[in-house]
Design a protein around this ligand. Structure first.
Ligand code: ADP
Ligand code: MG
Length: 246
């Protein structure tokens, strides 16, 4: 399949019963860099990430991959190229090593290549020595690093992370942020956060969501001196958790 050049959402809306979770979203992502979706709780961030990961279908609107509309037939081959790490990942009830190896086993990767990749990703995420540890014995930060390791080891084209460092301490946050930046040099990361400082540290592009509306998007400078009053209040920490972390 052709390499990713662009993903585009046009007029995407998502409704749940009476709730409008996303309203008429237009968004374009290119083939590398970090795209941050920022906004307060309930803004629609998780819903938007699931649609980008092709795990949930929009109620209205269109998704394009390299300018070709993603239809039902295209979803399953494309989905393998996207990996989403959820905010509260449930790890498999086994060891760290088995958790990371799982995605490679089901892809029938050659053993030597699999062992090499697992070793490499464990090293990068500071998980060496924890191979045989049962995941239930890990700290929250270690569990989140295992979740990310499990995603990175299958080498997706697009890594989608839902608030990957919410509730983590600075050390764990730093390890994860470093991997996000490394991955984004050659591939695309889309992540959500409610943390303004983290957005400045990581984002190449930022989209501000509020009440299901994409209020503004662009470089991080849109958060420096926001024109929109909702963005202003958020950046000042008045409407969410903007200043609580990091
Ligand atoms: N499966 C669902 N069923 C009903 N409502 C949902 C569902 N998922 C999300 N919502 C609603 O959609 C809105 C956006 O939610 P979400 O995308 O989780 O926001 P965020 O991730 O920014 O906190 C919220 O009002 C939420 O309650
Ligand atoms: Mg969410």
């Amino acid at each position: 399949m052709v390499a990713l050049k662009m993903i585009e959402l046009k007029g995407v809306s998502k409704k749940f019963d009476g709730i409008v979770a996303l309203k008429n979203i237009d968004l374009k992502l290119n083939s590398n860099g970090v795209y941050v979706i920022i906004g307060p709780s309930g803004a629609g961030k998780t819903t938007l990430l699931k649609i980008l990961a092709l795990l949930s279908k929009p109620t209205e609107g269109h998704i394009y991959y390299n300018d070709v509309e993603v239809d039902d037939k295209a979803i399953s081959p494309l989905r393998r190229r996207f990996t989403m790490v959820f905010q509260n990942t449930v790890l498999f009830n086994t060891t760290v090593y088995e958790n990371i190896a799982y995605g490679l086993k089901i892809r029938n990767l050659l053993k030597d290549e699999a062992v090499k990749r697992i070793r490499d990703v464990m090293e990068r995420l500071g998980l060496n020595g924890l191979e045989k540890r049962h995941v239930s014995k890990l700290s929250v930060g270690q569990q989140q690093r295992v979740s990310l390791a499990r995603a990175l080891v299958i080498e997706p084209d697009i890594l989608i992370l839902d608030e990957p460092t919410a509730n983590l301490d600075p050390e764990n946050t730093a390890v994860i942020e470093e991997e996000v930046l490394e991955f984004s040099k050659t591939k695309t990361v889309v992540m959500s956060t409610h943390n303004v400082r983290q957005t400045f540290r990581l984002a190449d592009r930022v989209a501000f969501l509020y009440g299901g509306l994409l209020i503004d998007q662009g470089k991080t400078s849109i958060l420096d001196d926001p024109v929109d009053e909702r963005v202003q209040r958020f950046v000042r920490g008045e409407t969410g958790y903007a200043l609580n972390h990091g």
